[in-house]
Design a protein around this ligand. Structure first.
Ligand code: UT7
Length: 335
């Protein structure tokens, strides 16, 4: 529903939902087929399992629809009241047709328009910036933001460098005008195209369309320069987090939780250390899901929702392909 523009509207997350498939690949499974060990993967990344969506004809929309339905049920809203559906993803169902319209139709958000947002592991953060802007402007009243990725569709399971890292999943949030003083407080978002080639799926885009040659070269799989991305992620996630904490005059004691993108436990530890945050204030589920790209932060909200209370000060931070990165500060709006 359209509303009047007002400078005083604050945007808040009013419900969270999530979905991960039951099937998974454990470190022990990978040990059997690759030159790797549970010990290496655990100590270098913190990952134990990654969830995998099995079944032909099931794409990212399958995950996104499940997470969206969870939000609709929990918040008990009529899908017809949703104004906008955003799906943050780098693994859309198809090239050329966005995934969000399929999701909106499936959840019967008949009055909504829908689009995809591509910002890789920062997709949820960028999506929150977009969703909150629509709410703050007064233009819309209900925005459904879903971070969803079927990373198994772009992983080469013969390569130990990438197959250990990624998993499938989706997390969703409803963003509405806040009914109290809590909600989206501040954000610091950045990008730098210089690192595009450090982490990407080379083939199938307009630069290198999917020819037989591209396929034979394995360009339909995700590749990354792990060490370079690791260093950039540590540096940028830590400084974005520090920036958002400092400019909002937050002390480590004020912060209830840091909700960081789940790419590597060592990157998360470095970001927490930069702001002197106690380890028990750093939320993680990387061991169970691996890196689910745009889904990691909303899946953290989904998993830890029962530990969140009205007024809790939360810091979000992410770093991903593009390069894209940033941090945000929000106060949780409900018990
Ligand atoms: O979410 C988007 C952002 N993505 C990320 O933030 C991911 C960033 N990168 C990383 O998390 C890490 O770079 C990795 C986990 C991918 C790799 O960890 P690393 O500590 O940077 O290892 P490395 O690439 O420097 O490799 C160290 C050694 C190498 O062997 P040599 O050359 O020292 O003999 C690798 O070949 O470890 C070897 N190696 C492995 N060994 C066992 C690489 N992958 C594996 C493996 N199992 N899976």
């Amino acid at each position: 529903m359209k509303g009047n523009s007002s400078k005083n509207i604050k945007a808040a997350i009013t419900a969270v939902g999530g979905f991960v498939p039951n099937d998974f690949i454990s470190n022990q499974d990978l040990e059997k087929v690759l030159d790797t060990t549970d010990e290496w993967i655990t100590t270098r990344t913190g990952i134990k399992k990654r969830r995998i969506l099995k079944g032909q004809g099931k794409g990212t929309s399958y995950l996104a629809i499940k997470a969206a339905e969870d939000v609709i049920t929990k918040r008990n809203i009529d899908p017809d009241t949703i104004d906008l559906v955003i799906v943050a993803t780098i693994t859309p169902d198809y090239k050329g047709a966005a995934t969000a319209p399929s999701v909106a139709s499936a959840i019967k958000a008949n009055n909504a328009y829908a689009f995809d947002l591509s910002a890789a592991c920062s997709g949820f953060l960028y999506g929150m910036s977009t969703a909150t802007s629509y709410i703050e402007s007064g233009r819309y009243k209900k925005v459904l933001l879903i971070g969803a990725d079927k990373m198994s569709s772009v992983v080469d399971y013969t390569r130990r460098e990438t197959s250990i890292l990624f998993g499938d999943g989706a997390g969703a949030v409803l963003v509405e005008p806040s009914k109290n003083e809590f909600g989206w407080e501040d954000e610091y978002l950045r990008s730098d195209g210089i690192g595009a080639e450090w982490l990407m799926v080379k083939g199938g885009g307009s630069m290198y369309p999917m020819t037989q040659e591209a396929l034979d070269s394995g360009w339909h799989y995700i590749t990354q320069d792990g060490k370079t991305v690791f260093k950039a992620a540590v540096s940028e996630m830590a400084s974005a987090t520090e920036e958002i904490v400092n400019r909002n005059n937050l002390n480590p004691e004020d912060i209830k939780f840091l909700m960081p993108h789940q790419a590597n436990k060592r990157i998360i530890d470095a970001a927490a250390e930069k702001i002197n945050l106690d380890k028990n204030k750093v939320l993680m589920n990387i061991s169970e899901y691996g890196n689910t790209t745009a889904a990691t932060i909303p899946l953290l909200m989904f998993d830890y929702e029962s530990k969140l209370s009205k007024g809790d000060k939360l810091i979000l931070t992410a770093f991903g392909a593009g390069l894209t990165w940033g941090a945000a500060y929000l106060t949780w709006a409900y018990d």
